[in-house]
Each structure stands twice: as structure tokens, then as C-alpha cells.
Design a protein around this ligand. Structure first.
Ligand code: APR
Length: 312
């Protein structure tokens, strides 16, 4: 049985811990945070739901990284969420400091964990975690594509008034402006989306999807989305701890796949007990492939911004 640590017991972290615990696949889920009492209180509350929800996974809360020792999977959610009007990029500097600190502390107590990063700005934070941790690249993975695909699927199901289970949606690329929707591979009851909706309708749904997180931030006013994000991160944990090797769109390190090198980017990947076990190369249309390559350039530019912060 596996041990999972969730760093950051805020909205995203506590919901991820709950969902992972409810899968009943891990022996223990540890939540840690800098706020004293927060992870402990939330852990008690979750544990008191175990009898009702019937799961054995023990949840604990701590402010001490010693209790995260020998974690198999770590989810980093620590950081500031976006405030209204704030872009992911605004978050860069402050969250880079937090993620660097957290990664070092985790590595002091767990030798070779798989780390899933969700803190925004996602592409940079995933790159930073890989650099700081020095883990093999397949063991550091970012979460974004499952969430964006799920948002896209929701908007498709609403538009066509069809069941969610009839929809398959896929987005690749980066989390943000250079998200790459893949309409050619999206289907409704097995039928290609491109045969059902006009290009204009699809473009509208794509726009709603890429603005999906900002729309929620605007409504909440005091935080960002966490139900769908937590489902997405917990699904990644499930695939890893159950070694299912299912294919998900995740932020993974590319070494030539899709003709792209040396960058973390949202691509389909198999997730198993060693982390990313294979990047899966789907047949994309020329324009989708071009968009993916453009996204890789945008992420590389953003990563160089990160380097300029580091060298200050
Ligand atoms: N170590 C541990 N926890 C930390 C640290 C740190 N160095 N710094 C901050 N935290 C904790 C905060 O105390 C807080 O409990 O991270 C938690 C963040 O929780 P929320 O403010 O509720 O934010 P949340 O909605 O969970 O989002 C977290 O995910 O989607 C992204 O953009 C979002 O980067 C943000 C992250």
C-alpha cells in the first residue's frame, strides 16, 4: 500500500487528499501546510467521514515534513491562488519561492518520490520542481490537461445537451493562453466533434475552456477553482499508485516526441508506478501539431523568465 503526501492543505490540497483517500488505494494520505492546525483539523474531519464513506486510507495532518517520510507520491498544491484580474504569470515569483522550498523539504525525507505539481503558473512550477528535485524527468509531472479536457467536455455536453459519459474531449499544450484543444480527436457518442459542430461553435467552446479557470476566479472573488482541479490531480495519483498505465493529458518532459525537445508540455502520457512510462504520440492534424509546437516555444520563453528570477 502506498503513501501519498499532499503539500498545501488549502482548497485544492484538502479536496485532493479527500478524493485520493476515498479511492481507498493508499495506506495513508499526509497533508502538510505552514498554517498550524489547518492540516490537522482537516485530517480529523476527513477521518471522521471514513466510517460513513467506507474507506480505510488514514489521513493525517502535520506541519512537520518528517511525517511525510517515504512518500511514494507527493502532490504540490502549496502556493497562492489567483486573485481576480491576476494572471498566472503574476503568481510566478511568489509561487516559485514556495515551490522551491517545499520541493527541498520533501526530498529530505523521501528519496525517490513521484511529484505531481499543480501550483500555478503550472508549466514553470513543474519545470522548477524537476530542476530543484533532480529527480528523473518522468517522476515530475504537472497537472493541467485532464482539467482542461474535463472543462472542454463539460462545455461540449452543455452545448449539445448530451450526457457527459458520451463525450470524449482532449486538450494538450500549456495551461493558459497556449492551451491546444484537439477537436480532431474529440467525439460525441463516437462521432467526431468536427462532424457535429461548426468550426465557429468549436472555437467558442475552446475559448470558454481556456477562460474556464478565470471565469470561476471572477465569480468566487477570493480564490480559484478546486473541485475539478482536485479530481484531475487525484486521478493522476490513482493511475500511479494502482500502476494502471492509463493515458492522460499531463504536463510531461519531452525528448523529441511530437518533434519537440527539452520542455515540459501537456501531452498524452501513460502514468504508472514509475511516473510517466510513455509519451503517447497521437495523430494530430497539421494545425494541431503546429499549435503544440507554438505552445512549446511559449513555455520555453516562460521558463527563461523563471531563470531570470532565479539569477536575481
Ligand atoms: N508550505 C506549505 N504550504 C504552504 C506554503 C508552504 N511554503 N505556502 C503556502 N502554503 C499553503 C497555504 O497556507 C494554503 O493553505 O498553501 C495553501 C494554498 O491553499 P489555497 O489558498 O486555498 O489555494 P488553492 O485554491 O488550494 O490553490 C493552490 O493551486 O490551482 C493552483 O493557482 C492555484 O497555485 C495555487 C494552488
Amino acid at each position: 500500500m502506498k503513501k501519498v503526501t499532499v503539500v498545501g492543505a488549502g482548497k485544492y490540497g484538502s479536496m485532493t487528499a479527500l478524493r485520493v483517500a476515498e479511492y481507498n488505494l493508499a495506506s495513508e494520505v499526509v497533508m502538510t501546510d505552514i498554517v498550524e492546525g489547518l492540516p490537522q483539523g482537516l485530517a480529523l474531519d476527513i477521518n471522521q467521514s471514513r466510517f460513513v464513506e467506507k474507506f480505510d486510507t488514514k489521513v493525517s495532518g502535520t506541519n512537520d515534513y518528517k511525517e511525510t517520510a517515504e512518500s511514494d507520491v507527493v502532490v504540490i498544491t502549496a502556493g497562492l491562488p489567483r486573485k481576480p484580474g491576476m494572471s498566472r504569470m503574476d503568481l510566478l515569483e511568489v509561487n516559485a519561492g514556495i515551490v522551491t522550498d517545499v520541493t527541498k523539504q520533501i526530498l529530505e525525507h523521501s528519496e525517490d518520490p513521484i511529484i505531481i505539481v499543480v501550483t500555478n503558473p503550472l508549466d514553470q512550477m513543474t519545470t522548477l520542481t524537476a530542476e530543484v528535485s533532480k529527480l528523473s524527468k518522468g517522476r515530475v509531472i504537472g497537472q493541467a490537461g485532464i482539467l482542461d479536457s474535463s472543462r472542454f467536455a463539460y462545455f461540449i455536453s452543455e452545448k449539445l445537451n448530451v450526457k457527459m459519459s458520451d463525450v470524449y474531449a482532449l486538450t494538450l499544450g500549456s495551461h493558459g493562453e497556449t492551451m491546444v484543444p484537439v477537436p480532431s480527436l474529440c467525439t460525441v457518442s463516437g462521432e467526431p466533434l468536427v462532424d457535429i459542430l461548426s468550426e465557429k461553435d468549436i472555437d467558442e467552446l475552446v475559448k470558454k475552456t481556456s477562460e474556464g479557470g478565470a471565469e470561476i476566479v471572477g465569480l468566487l472573488k477570493t480564490g480559484s477553482a478546486y473541485f475539478a482541479p482536485a479530481s484531475s490531480a487525484a486521478t493522476m495519483v490513482k493511475s500511479i499508485i494502482s500502476d494502471s498505465n492509463e493515458v492522460f493529458p499531463v504536463c510531461a518532459w519531452l525528448e523529441g516526441e511530437y518533434g519537440i525537445n527539452d520542455v515540459y508540455l501537456g501531452v498524452p502520457a501513460k502514468l504508472g508506478k514509475e511516473g510517466v512510462t510513455e509519451i503517447v504520440e497521437y495523430d494530430l492534424t497539421t494545425s494541431e501539431l503546429d499549435a503544440l509546437r507554438e505552445a512549446s516555444k511559449a513555455v520555453k520563453d516562460k521558463v527563461s523568465e523563471l531563470n531570470s528570477i532565479n539569477s536575481q
